[in-house]
Design a protein. Structure first.
Length: 193
C-alpha cells in the first residue's frame, strides 16, 4: 500500500512539473502555428518573477523561486488584433483586442534595436560594460517577430531610480520602456473585445 502511494505521488509530481516546465514549448508551438498561417508580425510577451513571492495572477511556478506571471502572444490577422494568453495547465485563451499600439510601435523601433545590438557588441569588443541589471524581482521580456527576423528586449520592473538614470543614457532605453507600457495597455482586461 505504501509503495502504491509513493508511486501515485511521484506520478502527480512529475506530471505537475512537466506541465509547468513545458510552457516554453507550448508558446513556441503556437508561434510556429501562427507563422504557418502566414502571420509574420507578432510579439511574445513574458513577465516573470525571480526569487520573489508573487500574488498578482501567478499561474506557474518553476524550479527554485521563479514564477511566471504572464505569457502572451499578440498578433494581427485579417486586420484585427488578437492575444493568446498562456498558463501551465490550460489551452491558450484567444481574445480579440479593441486596440493595439504595441505591434505598430515595435515595427517602428526595429532600426533602434538593431543599432542597440551593434552598439552593445562594440562596447563588449572595447572591454566596456553596460550598467548593472537587477536579477531578483519582477522582469519583463518581449520577443518581436517580423518577417522571419526577431529582436528581444528584457528589463527589470524593480530597477532603482539611480540605475534607471544610468540606463537612460542609452538612446534605446526609453523606447524599450515605451514598448512595455504599450503592451501592458494592449493586454489590459479593458481592451479585450
Amino acid at each position: 500500500m505504501r509503495s502504491y502511494f509513493t508511486l501515485l505521488f511521484s506520478i502527480l509530481i512529475c506530471s505537475h512539473s512537466y506541465a509547468q516546465i513545458n510552457i516554453e514549448k507550448w508558446v513556441k508551438h503556437n508561434i510556429d502555428s501562427l507563422h504557418k498561417q502566414h502571420i509574420d508580425t507578432l510579439l511574445y510577451y513574458n513577465e516573470y518573477c525571480n526569487e520573489c513571492d508573487v500574488t498578482k495572477g501567478m499561474r506557474c511556478s518553476f524550479t527554485g523561486n521563479n514564477g511566471e506571471i504572464e505569457d502572451i502572444i499578440i498578433y494581427q490577422q485579417y486586420g484585427k488584433y488578437y492575444s493568446l494568453q498562456f498558463n501551465c495547465y490550460y489551452a491558450p485563451i484567444k481574445k480579440q483586442l479593441n486596440n493595439c499600439s504595441s505591434i505598430p510601435y515595435s515595427i517602428s523601433i526595429i532600426p533602434t534595436l538593431n543599432s542597440r545590438d551593434k552598439a552593445v557588441k562594440l562596447l563588449v569588443k572595447k572591454g566596456k560594460f553596460l550598467p548593472p541589471q537587477i536579477t531578483d524581482g519582477t522582469h519583463q521580456y518581449v520577443q518581436i517577430f517580423i518577417a522571419g527576423k526577431s529582436n528581444e528586449i528584457s528589463m527589470s520592473e524593480d530597477m532603482p531610480e539611480d540605475l534607471v538614470k544610468d540606463w537612460q543614457t542609452f538612446s534605446w532605453f526609453n523606447k524599450e520602456v515605451r514598448l512595455f507600457e504599450l503592451i501592458s495597455k494592449d493586454i489590459a482586461p479593458t481592451n479585450n473585445g
